[in-house]
Structures are given as structure tokens and as C-alpha cells.
Design a protein around this ligand. Structure first.
Ligand code: CA
Length: 243
């Protein structure tokens, strides 16, 4: 159902992203989030591992943590920039000192994100950079489930051709469920993908947004329209049912 973010140079293939991050939680979150959004990530936990991996496979993007256990991330950036001039390098740093950002950009990075950052911000930055490069991902095909059509690229949702006006978070919630249609999606995954990876507070906002989404979908649907149900999975999350 999900459409890979593909490189348009040559045969269609997903954008290859090398994630270099020693923090297990952040690394797993990045790996899952990127995979769920059609990218093809590989994950290295060390600088030396990343250097070895980068020479084995053709990567389009490097997501690089600066604080690595075995070497300075800036050196990794410098070495890979020298070897791969077209590689898009995004630095992930917990450091907010301007000097680190400057050093990172001087070392060959194209951009940086200061932790904690949200997955949606990272994805937006990636899209923005990739648009300007020959590996820009093409628009995703709309997802069709019965009479419900979700156009993620255009951020539109319709039932039998009638537009459903959704709030931004309602749309993002629906988009995540639609990409996993027929699958159980946990509350944690939804919180991480729609809100923020560092969300430790109440998840009541999820319930409120879900209630709004259901209301809007049922409000617009004609009696004869086939709109998939969103099933509540008690103690776990939700599932958008396949038609
Ligand atoms: Ca680190």
C-alpha cells in the first residue's frame, strides 16, 4: 500500500538512507519511521561501522549523529563528503552550540537537526532537500479504500468524490492508518509519527483527534458510501479496516 520514496535516476528504487546513531531508542525510531514512509534505511551504531557500510552500498542520504562512541561524527562527515560529493548529509545533534553547527556544515553537511526533533520535521526536511536533487521522490499515488480516497501528496481526503475537511493532525492520523491499512497500529506509533518522538505526556490528544476524525468521516459519508471502519484495539491502538 505504501509507496516507496524512490530515486528517479535510473530504475525506480527507494531512497537509501544510512542512519548513524548510537542511541538505541532514537535509532530504532528513525529506522521505523523512515521505513514506514517509504525510505530504505540502514542503521549503523558506530562511526567505523558507518564508513564501512557507506562503501558497500550506494546511499543517497546520511543521517549522522555527532556524538558517536568510537569517533567524532564530524570526521565521519568529512570522510564521506570527500568520497561521495552527491551524498545528502544531515547532522543530528543534541548540541545546540552554534559552533557545532558551523563545524558540521564546514565538515560538509548540508543541513542539521537539533535533538529532540520530531519525525514529521525530519521527513519534511528530507523532502525539501530531495526535491532539489536528482533523487527527488515522485508524488505518492492516492490510497483508495472503498469509497475513501486519501491523497497524501496533495493532503486531500474524499469520499465518493466529496472532499472531507480534516484538521492537520486528523489527516496525518488517517494517513498513518491508511499506510498500514488492515494492520494494528499502536498508540505509541501514532503518537510518535503524528505528534513527536519525544512525547511522554498524556495521549488524550490522540483520543480527541481520533474522535474528530471518525466524526468527520461519518459526517460526510452518504448512506451508500463504503468507508472503512477504524477499529479500536483496546490496550493497543487502532486498525483501519480493509474494504
Ligand atoms: Ca550519540
Amino acid at each position: 500500500m505504501r509507496t516507496p520514496a524512490t530515486a528517479n535516476a535510473g530504475p525506480s528504487r527507494p531512497v537509501q538512507i544510512l542512519v548513524v546513531e548510537d542511541d538505541e531508542t532514537i535509532g530504532r525510531h528513525l529506522d521505523t519511521g523512515l521505513r514506514n514512509n517509504g525510505y530504505a534505511p540502514s542503521w549503523s551504531r558506530t562511526g567505523s561501522g558507518a564508513l564501512a557500510e557507506a562503501t558497500q552500498s550506494a546511499y543517497d542520504v546520511l543521517l549522522l549523529d555527532l556524538g558517536l562512541p568510537d569517533m567524532n561524527g564530524l570526521d565521519v562527515a568529512r570522510m564521506l563528503r570527500a568520497r561521495f560529493p552527491d551524498l545528502l548529509i544531515l547532522i543530528l545533534t543534541a548540541r545546540t552550540e552554534d559552533i557545532d553547527v558551523i563545524a558540521g556544515l564546514d565538515a560538509g553537511a548540508d543541513d542539521y537537526l537539533v535533538k529532540p526533533f520530531s519525525m514529521s520535521v525530519l521527513l519534511a526536511r528530507l523532502r525539501a532537500h530531495l526535491r532539489r536533487r536528482p533523487i527527488a521522490p515522485p508524488p505518492q499515488d492516492p490510497i483508495r479504500l472503498g469509497d475513501l480516497v486519501i491523497d497524501i501528496t496533495a493532503r486531500r481526503c474524499s469520499v465518493q468524490g466529496q472532499e472531507v475537511e480534516l484538521r492537520p493532525k486528523e489527516f496525518e492520523l488517517l494517513a498513518v492508518l491508511a499506510r498500514h491499512a488492515g494492520e494494528a497500529v499502536s498508540r505509541e506509533t501514532l503518537m510518535a509519527e503524528v505528534w513527536d518522538e519525544n512525547w511522554f505526556g498524556s495521549t488524550k490528544t490522540l483520543d480527541v483527534t481520533m474522535a474528530g476524525l471518525r466524526r468527520r468521516l461519518s459526517g460526510v459519508a452518504a448512506r451508500s458510501a463504503r468507508v472503512p471502519d477504524i477499529t479500536t484495539l483496546r490496550g493497543h491502538g487502532y486498525r483501519l479496516e480493509l474494504d
